[in-house]
Design a protein around this ligand. Structure first.
Ligand code: G
Ligand code: G
Ligand code: MN
Ligand code: NA
Length: 252
């Protein structure tokens, strides 16, 4: 496959770039985090969204190298913002199950924090519910990571078949309510109930909650009313370039 072959050279050729989507505190409206989202600046095809190459990268195993680049670049960029005097906020990085299957993920994370100089509390790792291949291994790995002081979020919460298992067994700091539940909050009473229940349950377990895919003011008001902690979505901002994040942080 041509695209797969090109992907091998893309890291060396600096063709991957990170965009960042802001995350806001619902009460104060302050930007309290960003999620790093990779794009491939393909020399011929233009800027490719992750949907068009992440599945192939997962299949081929290249996601390990790409994910490693994303991790280091996100930490480097965040430290650069901090060094420029901008507000200190954590960056969230999406992890693939393939990265967990490497035996030394936690030490690699420690190394990246060391080389970039980023404090661990300014890194958050997003895992998904599909990552149930080897529960024992993942639990040990997550404990090593949280012991470093790095945060763990469950991405796309509610879409897998093991949501409660995750909450019960893994050291989770935050869950991200999947945007499929947020989308119809106004129209579908069961989605509204589910979202309200997720927030209440997470808080009882001492877990923070962020809603994904917030597109309207009404959705935001609903989430505020139910004491959701943070939100992310097109209503506030789509993923944007690092320059744009810098501007937004400067503007306060
Ligand atoms: O930005 P966009 O909506 O196109 O992202 C689509 C999907 O790609 C999201 O589910 C997101 O989690 C995933 N994705 C984006 N960046 C990364 C990354 O660096 N690593 C992994 N594993 N997935 C990513
Ligand atoms: O699976 P993950 O949460 O990592 O996916 C993040 C992706 O979701 C981003 O690539 C972004 O393009 C997309 N996204 C972010 N905000 C919204 C939104 O408000 N609505 C929709 N439909 N997609 C969003
Ligand atoms: Mn994510
Ligand atoms: Na998600």
């Amino acid at each position: 496959l041509k695209l797969q072959h090109e992907m091998y050279r893309a890291i060396q050729r600096h063709e991957f770039v990170l965009h960042y989507q802001p995350q806001y505190d619902l009460k104060s409206g302050i930007m309290v985090g960003v999620e790093a989202l990779v794009r491939w600046n393909h020399p011929v095809r233009g800027l490719l969204a992750p949907g068009s190459f992440i599945p192939l990268a997962e299949e081929s195993g290249m996601i390990v190298q790409i994910g490693d680049w994303v991790l280091e670049e996100a930490c480097r960029q965040n430290k650069e913002w901090q060094d420029a005097g901008l507000a200190k906020i954590p960056v969230s990085v999406n992890l693939s199950i393939r990265q967990f299957l490497q035996h030394d993920l936690a030490s690699r994370i420690a190394e990246v924090l060391e080389t970039t100089g980023l404090e661990p509390k300014y890194l958050d790792l997003e895992i998904t519910e599909s990552m149930t291949i080897d529960v024992g291994h993942i639990t040990r790995c997550l404990l090593e990571i949280t012991n470093l002081g790095v945060g763990i979020s469950v991405d796309d919460f509610g879409t897998g078949y093991s949501s409660f298992h995750y909450l019960k067994n893994f050291p989770i700091d935050r869950l991200k309510i999947d945007r499929s539940f947020v989308r119809d909050i106004q129209q579908d009473p069961s989605d509204a109930e589910i979202v309200a229940a997720i927030i209440a349950m997470a808080h009882n377990l001492n877990i923070q909650v962020i809603a994904e895919g917030v597109e309207t003011e009404e959705q935001m008001e609903f989430l505020k009313k139910h004491r959701c902690d943070e939100m992310q979505g097109f209503f506030c901002s789509p993923p944007v370039s690092s320059d744009n994040i810098e501007q937004m942080l400067k503007a306060g």
